[in-house]
Ligand binder design. Structure first.
Ligand code: C5P
Length: 422
């Protein structure tokens, strides 16, 4: 096991949720990577797991009392929060998030969150309706604004029998977020730059269709024309939408990536197949065309083209492919939100605006894929969010973080259409 967290001190605050049992495994995973872990439990947490379990796993005392004379003598609460390199709150229940957002300090856990000079990483865990409630979303937004990081929640079946976002991130996902947070060092980046961050966006009850990857256009039965799209951004968008609670249909061209969890993935080869699969997947609330669809296909030869030295190189006759994005944007029963991508090498924003109007999108995510940008096949992206009204130039961020931004835009558009505060 690589000691990726050697010498790091993590203060783990365990809230009172059913996912508290997963925090036992989290302690084990952090310790096997070399981290020292101190545990603080809320009173409610002790209803789910015993302090003794954490004592056995950490070989250290578990703290739970703000007014304990012995604990204060041994290590005061200010010291406890300052000694840590990172505070992790897992599970972060709706109640704990609400208290932290208000700056309340009515027990040891919340006092530490107020007394710390470090940013905290929260792993929310709660019932899907509690997660979607405007009060919780307000608290998340406030903590987010104060600099908190979030990992999860995941979507799925919950202990209460309901389905949707609210399930605490898995221990290894939290470990990855801890590693990402600590890797940033003292010079902390904007929140969205971190991997594994979810925004407070909710797409519960929405159907989202995403295209991803390249298309392969056959020349003959054995050859094809392709492009360099890896599908990483499109798959990240599909996964982010699923994490936000949407029912996701992902229509993927040929990629080497695994199907993202929580999405219905349909595999296609050509632009024509992608169009057919997309139209069959409608109706949808949102469509996000991330695929690098080939602009042209070849008038296909029915048999393998033979090399013929006398005749020289064969000429390929190209036929224009249908534009999937424009077709969806103009379809009867058009999705409420249609998002396109514009990979450009020059005049990025101007071309994106032109595409927005020409193809009838609500948002175009414009990225510079010029030489040296490393966008194709890479893990990060530099993008501008271009709408009819505004241009939002984003800092360089991971494709996962950009996916969360796009999901937040879509969720915000649905909220404002309903006249809510986004
Ligand atoms: O015109 P351009 O190919 O740059 O437009 C890119 C955007 O249009 C992307 O969102 C892409 O998924 C979409 N597109 C499409 N069908 C095509 C070509 C592009 O959906 N045939």
């Amino acid at each position: 096991m690589a000691q990726s967290l050697a010498g790091k001190r993590i203060l783990l605050i365990v809230g009172g949720g059913v996912a508290a049992y997963k925090s036992l495994d989290l302690v084990r995973r952090l310790r096997e990577r070399g981290a020292g872990v101190s545990v603080v439990m809320t009173a409610a947490a002790k209803e789910f797991v015993t302090p003794l379990s954490f004592v056995s796993l950490t070989n250290a005392p578990v703290y739970d009392d703000l007014f304990s004379p012995t604990d204060e003598q041994e290590m005061g609460h200010i010291q406890l929060s300052r000694a840590a390199d990172l505070i992790v709150v897992a599970p972060a229940t709706a109640h704990l998030l609400a208290r932290a957002a208000q700056g309340l300090c009515d027990d040891l856990a919340t006092t530490l969150l107020l007394a710390t000079d470090k940013r905290a990483l929260y792993a929310p865990s709660m019932n899907v309706r509690m997660w979607a409630h405007p009060a919780t979303q307000r608290n998340l937004a406030r903590l987010h604004g104060d600099g908190a990081w979030f990992v999860g929640p995941n979507s799925g079946e919950m202990a209460c029998g309901e389905f949707g976002p609210g399930r605490m991130a898995e221990p290894l996902e939290i470990v990855a977020a801890v590693e990402a947070a600590l890797a940033q060092g003292a010079d902390l980046p904007p929140v969205a730059d971190l991997l594994c961050i979810t925004t407070a966006a909710s797409l519960a009850g929405r159907h989202v269709v995403v295209t991803s990857g390249p298309t392969h256009e056959a020349i003959d039965p054995v050859r094809f024309i392709a492009n360099r799209s890896s599908g990483k951004q499109g798959h990240a968008v599909a996964q982010a939408a699923a994490r936000a609670g949407a029912r996701v249909t992902l229509i993927s061209g040929p990629v080497t990536l695994p199907d993202p969890p929580g999405c219905r993935t349909i595999h296609v080869e050509s632009a024509q197949e992608m169009l057919a699969a997309t139209m069959a997947a409608l109706p949808a609330d949102a469509f996000i065309g991330v695929a690098a669809v080939a602009d042209w296909r070849v008038a296909v030869a029915p048999q393998k083209i033979k090399k013929d030295d006398a005749a020289g190189a064969p000429a390929l006759a190209l036929v224009e492919n249908p534009d999937i994005l424009a077709t969806v944007a103009r379809a009867p029963g058009r999705p409420q939100i249609v998002v396109g991508f514009a990979a450009e090498t020059q005049n990025v924003v101007a071309h994106a605006r032109d595409k927005l109007l020409r193809k009838g999108c609500d948002l175009v995510v414009a990225n510079d894929v010029g030489e040296g940008s490393g966008v194709f096949g890479g893990d990060s992206n530099v993008a501008h969010l271009v709408t009819r009204e505004a241009i939002d130039t984003l800092p360089k961020m991971s494709k996962a973080a950009l996916a969360d931004r796009i999901v937040a835009f879509i969720a915000g558009s649905f909220s404002s259409a309903r006249g809510e505060n986004a």
